[in-house]
Ligand binder design. Structure first.
Ligand SMILES: Cc1cc2nc3c(=O)[nH]c(=O)nc-3n(C[C@H](O)[C@H](O)[C@H](O)COP(=O)(O)O)c2cc1C
Length: 405
C-alpha cells in the first residue's frame, strides 16, 4: 500500500524538525526530489548507504518507516551510536605493500568474506515486502557474510536457512516461558543454525515515541494487516509469526524481567549451538558472560531502541573487550554507516561488526540487490580504510591505527 503524498509531505516536515533526521542531514530535501540520491534507478547507483536510506524513505509508508528508523524517547542513544564514531580518527601509514588486501575472517569456524555482519531485524516484510528475509539470505549467500535472523522473522526459518545455504545465526528472545524457549532453540538447531544469539537488552518494555508519532500520520488502517489493541495500534500478534507456529502463545511474552545469569547456563544445556549474548555494554557484564559460559558477546543497545541516554556502542566496546579479556570473541553493532566505522570497531577489538538499518534500506529500495549493494559499499569502504592504514588483513588492524580527537 502506498502512502498519500500529502501525508508524506507532512511527515517529512515533521521529520525535518525531529531528531530522527540526525541520521542523515538533508533527508527531507532529498526525499522531496531535491537531491540526486533520490533518483536511483538501480541499486548499483547508490554511492553510500545514505543514498539507499533516501531511496528507501520514498517507498516505505510512514508507520513502517517510523518502526525502522526510530529509537526510544528523545533518541539520544540512537544518535550517539553513529556520532560516537567521529571521536576516533584513522592514522594513515605509507610505503606498505597494500596490493593484496584480505578482508576474510573466521567466526565460530565459518569463513566469511569480511567481518561485516547482518543483524536481526523483525518484521522485514513490512520494510521490503517483495524479498523479505529470503532476499536478505540470498544476498548474504551471494556476498558470503554472516546472517543473523530475528525470532520475529517474516519468513519461515527453514526457508531462510535454505536460501542462505550455510549456517545462519538465530537470534533468540528469552521469552517468559522456558519450555517455549526450548522449542524455539531446538527448531533453530534442527534448521542447521550454528549460533544462537540471545538478546538481553530489552527486559521490560520501551517508549517508542517517534514510531508512535509516525504511525499516527499513516492513513492506512493498521487493522488491515495487524492485530490491533483498543487504541488502534498494532499489537504483538505472536501467533501469526512464523517462528511461533505450533507453540502455545497464550500468555507468552518475548522477554521476561525476572531472568538472571542462570538463563545462560540453561540455554547452554539446551543446545550444541554456540551461545552469543547480544546486548552487553558493561565491562562487568562481559566478565560475567564469560564466567557463565557464553561463547561470544555482541556489544549492542538494540540500535538505540532500548535504553535512552546511553553511550554509543563504540564507546562501550573497549570496556567490554577488557571484561572479556580475549577469552571469547566480542562483536558490535549500532550506528555503523561507513566502512571506516567497521575499521574503527575492528581496531578497538571487535571480531565482527553488525549492521541493521542500512541493509533494511537496501532491501526496501531494491530487494536482494539493494542488500547486496549495501554490503558491497561497506566492504569497499573497509578495503579503502585498510589500504590507507597499511593493514593487509583483518588481523593487522589494531589500535595503533586510531587516534582520539
Ligand atoms: C526495525 C528494527 C527491528 C529490530 N529487530 C530486532 C530483533 O527482532 N531482534 C534483535 O535482537 N534485534 C533487533 N533489532 C536490532 C538490530 O539487530 C541491531 O542491533 C541494530 O539494528 C543495529 O543498529 P543499526 O540499525 O544502527 O545498524 C532491530 C532493529 C531495528 C532497526
Amino acid at each position: 500500500m502506498t502512502a498519500d503524498p500529502r501525508t508524506r509531505r507532512q511527515v517529512l516536515q515533521w521529520l525535518a524538525a525531529s531528531p530522527v533526521l540526525g541520521l542523515a542531514s538533508g533527508l527531507a530535501d532529498a526525499a522531496e526530489g531535491g537531491a540526486s540520491a533520490t533518483e536511483l534507478r538501480a541499486a548499483a547507483e547508490a554511492l553510500d548507504v545514505f543514498d539507499m536510506q533516501a531511496a528507501a524513505e520514498k517507498i516505505v509508508p510512514p508507520a513502517h518507516w517510523g518502526y525502522l528508523q526510530s529509537g526510544v524517547d528523545g533518541e539520544t542513544t540512537l544518535r550517539a551510536n553513529s556520532t560516537a564514531y567521529s571521536k576516533w580518527q584513522l592514522v594513515p601509514r605509507r610505503f606498505v605493500d597494500v596490493s593484496r588486501i584480505d578482508m576474510s575472517t573466521t567466526l565460530f569456524g565459518m569463513q566469511v568474506a569480511s567481518p561485516v555482519m547482518i543483524c536481526p531485524i523483525g518484521g522485514l516484510r513490512a520494510i521490503g515486502p517483495a524479498d523479505g528475509d529470503i532476499g536478505v539470505a540470498r544476498a548474504a549467500k551471494a556476498k558470503n557474510q554472516v546472517h543473523a535472523v530475528s525470532t520475529q522473522m517474516s519468513d519461515k526459518l527453514e526457508d531462510i536457512a535454505e536460501a542462505r545455504g550455510a549456517p545462519l545465526w538465530y537470534q533468540l528472545y528469552t521469552t517468559n516461558r522456558i519450555e517455549a524457549t526450548r522449542q524455539l532453540v531446538q527448531r533453530a538447531q534442527r534448521a542447521g543454525c550454528a549460533v544462537v544469539a540471545v538478546t538481553v537488552d530489552l527486559p521490560a518494555g520501551r517508549n517508542t515515541v517517534t514510531a508512535t508519532r509516525l504511525r499516527r500520520t499513516d492513513v492506512r488502517p493498521c487493522g488491515a494487516c495487524h492485530q490491533v489493541g483498543p487504541s488502534g495500534n498494532p499489537q504483538g500478534g505472536m501467533a501469526t509469526k512464523p517462528m511461533f507456529e505450533g507453540l502455545d502463545t497464550q500468555g507468552l511474552g518475548l522477554t521476561s524481567p525476572s531472568l538472571n545469569w542462570d538463563f545462560i547456563r540453561r540455554l547452554k544445556d539446551m543446545t550444541t549451538m554456540k551461545v552469543v549474548i547480544k546486548g552487553i555494554e558493561a565491562e562487568e557484564d562481559a566478565a560475567l558472560a564469560v564466567e557463565n559460559g557464553a561463547d561470544g558477546i555482541i556489544v549492542s543497545n538494540h540500535g538505540g531502541r532500548a535504553l535512552e541516554s546511553g553511550r554509543g556502542t563504540i564507546e562501550s566496546l573497549p570496556d567490554v573487550v577488557r571484561g572479556a579479556a580475549g577469552r571469547i570473541p566480542v562483536m558490535i553493532d549500532g550506528g555503523v554507516r561507513r566502512g571506516t566505522d567497521v575499521f574503527k570497531a575492528l581496531a578497538l577489538g571487535a571480531s565482527a561488526v553488525g549492521i541493521g538499518r542500512p541493509y533494511a534500506w537496501g532491501l526496501a529500495a531494491f530487494g536482494q540487490a539493494g542488500v547486496e549493494r549495501v554490503l558491497d559499499i561497506l566492504n569497499l569502504e573497509l578495503r579503502l580504510a585498510m589500504v590507507g592504514c597499511g593493514a593487509r588483513s583483518i588481523s593487522e588492524i589494531g589500535p595503533r591505527s586510531l587516534k582520539t580527537a
